[in-house]
Design a protein around this ligand. Structure first.
Ligand SMILES: NC(=O)c1ccc[n+]([C@@H]2O[C@H](COP(=O)([O-])OP(=O)(O)OC[C@H]3O[C@@H](n4cnc5c(N)ncnc54)[C@H](OP(=O)(O)O)[C@@H]3O)[C@@H](O)[C@H]2O)c1
Length: 368
């Protein structure tokens, strides 16, 4: 059946993150937010007002089934423990979806989502939205275009400090809903490592520790990974970090190395003009630079993933990508539930390893 020209959008879990999904849908010319689902209408409308969102004609329901019966696309922005059940119900209703991370909290949930989406043939995008950040796109392009050579080592870091300033503090800090640091937050760093390096993990060994009070789970984790092609990977992820928030990417290839915003090379220099002329990512400049030791380098100037604020995240690009893929069946969103499942498996394996004093856990956890 042909998709209607304007897609009706429903949102479940109207909070901090949903505010930016709604703003992005409002700017997409093919979507209209028509229904909201929550536990309390007054609170939901107050959240809209607090975030400067005007949706005068939007309808509200406390029934998720009623929401699904009336929309073409749903954004699932509820606390983590509700994602899988809501995603499966959306797939069964034939509703396209934006699914917030983490997609599922264990293998059973991941398999249920995979099977339901497969059967339904709907479009999905998962909010590993850093895949739309210009800097990460440049990192991905440098590696995928061969400019770094074969990747030998990849490292990503997510360092933040999430405490009671956060609107979701009451649920995120619990095992029942937040579940673990990697599942609740650090999965962004795991996804960036997979996507930027282009290499899947074959095994992980991890250690975790606990500093910030209030959390029911360990708040920092260091994950070592063996990757395809005999490469190694490392993810450091923490919510114990002092401000400012930082997110970093390093890709060491056998030709050149990317260290956050600096590119350096081994034998054959990377040419700044050639990069500028070839780079497919808009809003990026490459400049001659020096590293701290006075060695030549190229600096990337673009929007960096340097804020934890949802207003800084590229949700517009993510939602435009989903909508584009709904209208054009040949297009795939940059990150759907099947791809995101692999990121979630690495997170689950790392948590399992850390619970067993770093004992290696082999991947994948789920076979087809
Ligand atoms: N991709 C990203 O970068 C990013 C950034 C931030 C958050 N997120 C994700 O987005 C999701 C929501 O996070 P958030 O920061 O928006 O949290 P939030 O501000 O707490 O919003 C979640 C909303 O869900 C509703 N809700 C439904 N059942 C609930 C329950 N049992 N307990 C608490 N709230 C419930 C609440 O609205 P009612 O009370 O009105 O029902 C609440 O406003 C999480 O999965 C999080 O991981 C992703």
């Amino acid at each position: 059946m042909a998709e209607p020209r304007t897609l009706r959008v429903g949102i479940t879990g109207v909070g901090w993150c949903a505010s930016q999904h709604i703003a992005a849908f409002q700017k997409n010319p093919h979507t209209q937010v028509t229904w909201l689902h929550g536990r309390d209408e007054w609170r939901t409308r107050a959240t809209l007002a607090k975030n400067g969102l005007a949706l005068p004609d939007v309808r509200f329901t406390t029934s998720y089934d009623e929401l699904l019966a009336n929309v073409d696309v749903v954004s699932i922005t509820t606390p983590n423990h509700l994602h899988a059940e809501q995603a499966v119900a959306a797939a069964r209703a034939g509703t396209h979806m934006v699914l917030e991370k983490p997609t599922g909290l264990d293998e059973q949930e991941l398999v249920r989502i995979r099977d339901a989406v497969r059967r339904a043939g709907i479009r999905t995008v998962v909010s590993f939205e850093l895949r739309y950040n210009p800097y990460l796109r440049v990192a991905h392009w440098l590696r995928a275009s061969g400019r770094l050579g074969a990747i030998r080592f990849a490292r990503t870091q997510y360092l933040s400090r999430v405490t009671d300033w956060y609107s979701g503090w009451n649920w995120v800090r619990t095992r029942a809903s937040g579940r673990s640091h990697l599942l609740a937050a650090g999965c962004h760093a795991v996804d960036a490592l997979r996507w930027c390096s282009g290499l899947e993990a074959q095994a992980v060994s991890a250690f975790h520790t606990h500093f910030t009070t209030g959390y029911e789970w360990p708040t920092s984790i260091a994950v070592n990974l063996t990757l395809e092609g005999q490469a190694l990977g490392h993810v450091t992820s923490s919510t114990d970090f002092m401000m400012p928030y930082s997110f970093s990417v390093e890709l060491m290839g056998d030709r050149a190395t990317l260290r956050q915003d600096l590119i350096q090379w081994l034998d054959e220099p990377v040419q700044v003009d050639e990069l500028g002329a070839s780079c497919p990512v808009a809003g990026v400049r490459f400049e001659h630079a020096m590293d701290a030791g006075g060695r030549p380098a190229i600096r990337i100037r673009t929007v960096m993933p340097d804020s934890a604020d949802v207003t800084h995240h590229p949700f517009q690009e993510e939602i435009d990508d989903l909508v584009g893929s709904i209208f054009d069946s040949r297009r795939q969103p940059a990150i759907d539930v099947f791809d995101a499942q692999k990121t979630m498996e690495v997170c689950l394996a790392a948590d399992r390893s850390a619970e067993h004093a770093g004992a290696p856990v082999r991947l994948p956890l789920i076979t087809d």
